[in-house]
Design a protein around this ligand. Structure first.
Ligand SMILES: C[S@@+](CC[C@H](N)C(=O)[O-])C[C@H]1O[C@@H](n2cnc3c(N)ncnc32)[C@H](O)[C@@H]1O
Length: 215
């Protein structure tokens, strides 16, 4: 069974609002946009939790033409849009929405959804449903993953080859596979540098490519 991660500041909107308000101010002062896969470049790509917009700008530089980011922090959305515009990529769109609240999401379906660190942040956040029973261990992460999967279903195109690629520092491949099944199947993994400790070898970062099961 997958256990809940302890709640942390990193799972709160207040934290990310503060981070991106600060980064936005740095960007205004000195043009610093903050800290810093092959798919048909004309397909629509969406980043869940686009933060400062760095990944989307990198994809635009790589030739991708239909890019969109979504984040629940207005400061992140403003920073992403300003950074993209200042990099010459005004066509990148940024929208505000809470991925755990499907009523706040109104986006065109994307062929590829990317997540770099956003599900990690969500996993550290509070219980999304205040009325749900909080007794069983692992109940919080199950509920968070279920809400997140609703957002994936809402935003991912129904094309059979559409994909969702997630990069996580908090969850292993096996945990991600378990969290996203049965709706999504792992079809590939992008390898990162490994480390060995106590006779075990592992990765500090996991990137998994998921395909939605036909419905
Ligand atoms: C670790 S940062 C990663 C940002 C960006 N993907 C990157 O790689 O730099 C997590 C991002 O997820 C956003 N986020 C967290 N929970 C969210 C939610 N429920 N809905 C939308 N965005 C969320 C935060 O505002 C933040 O921008």
């Amino acid at each position: 069974m997958i256990e809940d991660l302890p709640e942390s500041l990193l799972g709160t909107k207040e934290h990310w609002d503060h981070v991106y308000a600060q980064e936005l101010s740095n960007f205004h002062e000195c043009g610093d946009e903050g800290e810093v896969c092959k798919v048909d470049s004309s397909k629509p790509l969406l980043e869940f939790g686009s933060g400062n917009g760095h990944l989307l700008v990198a994809l635009a530089k790589a030739g991708y033409t239909r890019l969109m980011g979504v984040d629940y922090s207005d400061s992140a959305v403003t920073l992403g849009a300003e950074y993209a515009a200042s990099s010459g990529f005004r066509h990148i769109k940024f929208e505000t929405a809470d991925l755990l609240n499907k009523d706040s999401i109104n986006l065109d379906p994307a062929f590829l959804i990317l997540d770099k660190g956003t599900f990690d942040a969500i996993s550290l956040g509070p219980e999304p449903d205040m009325d749900a029973p909080k007794t069983a261990p692992g109940a919080r992460i199950s509920l968070l993953a279920s809400r997140y999967k609703d957002a994936l279903h809402q935003c991912l195109s129904t094309e059979p080859s559409s994909m969702f690629i997630i990069t996580s520092c908090n969850w292993t491949r096996d945990e991600l596979v378990q969290l996203f099944k049965p709706d999504f199947t792992a079809i590939d993994e992008i390898m990162h540098p490994t480390f060995s400790f106590g006779g075990q070898t592992g990765q500090t970062v996991t990137t998994i490519v998921f395909n939605r099961k036909a419905i």
